[in-house]
Design a binder for this molecule. Structure first.
Ligand SMILES: NC(=O)c1ccc[n+]([C@@H]2O[C@H](COP(=O)([O-])OP(=O)(O)OC[C@H]3O[C@@H](n4cnc5c(N)ncnc54)[C@H](OP(=O)(O)O)[C@@H]3O)[C@@H](O)[C@H]2O)c1
Length: 165
């Protein structure tokens, strides 16, 4: 099973503010939807609660220490990241996406084969940050620049893929 982290992060590693995103980037949301559609996605309870409702067309595995936490039918709750990864493997999935937030990313990096990173060209005020990566362990395999001029995006960005060496 290939495990991919997908994240949008600022130049200061910012990923979140007040349990939301610190920017308005429709092009990144489109990229995120296209990358994850039809797949199983793992997230922390706080990220799950930052969504209005589950993301259409994706099965959500929500990680929480609350044993009575409920999610809508068709989705599932796990008491640890490792339990979610085991369940995904046992189900025979060939692909799993880690959707964050910071707490889950930090724990997931050692299990991750690929990082799908939107490098946002900004340093926004934030309260949640992506962990520092050891870049010796990762090789950049793709980079596409997206300029925000004449778009509804607040900032320019690069869509980058890094594979574990
Ligand atoms: N820019 C991006 O790409 C991106 C992506 C995702 C999220 N975000 C942002 O990130 C922020 C949320 O991140 P966060 O770090 O605060 O929270 P989070 O990682 O989404 O969720 C944290 C929660 O997950 C549960 N959890 C974490 N580790 C666990 C473990 N080992 N076992 C069981 N449960 C565990 C706990 O839930 P309980 O408290 O219920 O026990 C914990 O409070 C938001 O601002 C969101 O918008 C940004």
């Amino acid at each position: 099973m290939k495990v991919s982290i997908i994240v949008a992060k600022g130049e200061n590693n910012a990923i979140g503010k007040a349990n939301g995103l610190p920017w308005h980037l429709p092009s990144d949301l489109k990229h995120f939807k296209e990358s994850t559609r039809g797949h199983h996605v793992v997230m922390g309870r706080k990220t799950f609660e930052s969504l209005d409702k589950p993301l259409p067309g994706r099965t959500h595995y929500v990680v929480t220490r609350n044993p009575s936490y409920q999610v809508p039918e068709g989705h599932a709750v796990f008491s640890s990241l490792e339990n979610a990864l085991e369940a995904a493997k046992a189900k025979g999935l060939d692909r799993l996406f880690i959707l964050g937030g910071a707490e889950i990313y930090r724990q997931a990096v050692p299990y991750t084969d690929e990082l799908i990173v939107t490098e946002v060209h900004a340093r926004p005020d934030a309260d949640t940050f992506f962990p520092e990566l050891n870049l010796d362990e990762w090789e950049e395999t793709e980079r596409v620049h997206v300029d925000h001029l004449n778009t509804k995006d607040e900032y320019s960005m690069d869509f980058v893929v890094l594979k574990r060496k």
